[in-house]
Design a protein around this ligand. Structure first.
Ligand code: 5GP
Length: 210
């Protein structure tokens, strides 16, 4: 039987570089699949429907909620964000390690439904660095930046529920750190019990009739 993939939720303060880290991880290793979320916020410049997000109207989003099509969904700074369920399940069944790049409410909901998932929280080297990165991106107006900084304060409150905290100072180091954490989850005893049992069965057959 094919080993199932590991489900990883990556969160972190807005502006910590989650997107860049995940993009680099996917570029380096083909064992990963990134879940594309749906959102009701407007696309930023350069964002493409179906690549960064599925950009939906509130009506479309609510219809999907009604159909149970989301693994989880949350409201964040006045918009809906949600993870379509089917893609995640299919990819895990095919043995891909699936990454969800979502905020804390969604992460906790995923952990509730799938206790074996990994929750990883990405942090910047400092608060000042985070503000600079947010302002430097130049895609948000001041009000949105302040709303995100305020929200960041709340996000840190739930961080003890996460399995790992990873600092994004050097991109390459951070990507390798993330890869290492996810790959070690494949060796967790729980994930490998089936393999142990099958070796045990073979051993039993070998010694039978001794
Ligand atoms: P942004 O608008 O900057 O792309 O995303 C805002 C926040 O929403 C980020 O913290 C991002 O991780 C989170 N987010 C993106 N997709 C989802 C999702 O499907 N579910 C939840 N709960 N959060 C999401």
């Amino acid at each position: 039987m094919k080993e199932k993939g590991v489900l990883t939720v990556l969160s972190g303060f807005s502006g910590t570089g989650k997107g860049t880290v995940v993009k680099e991880l996917l570029r380096r290793y083909d064992r990963y699949a990134l879940s594309v979320s749906a959102t009701t916020r407007a696309p930023r410049e350069g964002e493409v429907h179906g690549r960064e997000y599925y950009f939906l109207t509130a009506g479309e989003f609510e219809k999907m909620i009604g159909e149970g099509a989301f693994y989880e969904y949350a409201r964040y700074v006045d918009h809906y964000y949600g993870t379509p369920r089917t893609f995640v399940e299919e990819q895990l069944d095919q043995g891909k390690d699936v990454i969800l790049e979502i905020e804390i409410q969604g992460a906790l909901e995923i952990k509730r439904q799938s206790p074996d998932c990994l929750l990883i929280f990405l942090i910047p080297p400092s608060a000042g660095e985070l503000k600079e990165r947010l302002a430097g991106r130049g895609t948000e107006d001041q009000d949105v930046i302040m709303a995100r900084l305020r929200r960041a304060v709340d996000e840190a409150e739930g961080v003890e529920a996460y399995d790992y905290i990873l600092e994004n100072n050097d991109l390459q180091e951070c990507v390798e750190g993330l890869h290492g954490l996810i790959q070690s989850a494949h060796s967790r005893a729980k994930a490998r019990l089936g393999q142990v049992k099958s070796i045990q069965e073979e051993l039993k057959a070998m010694v039978k009739g001794d």
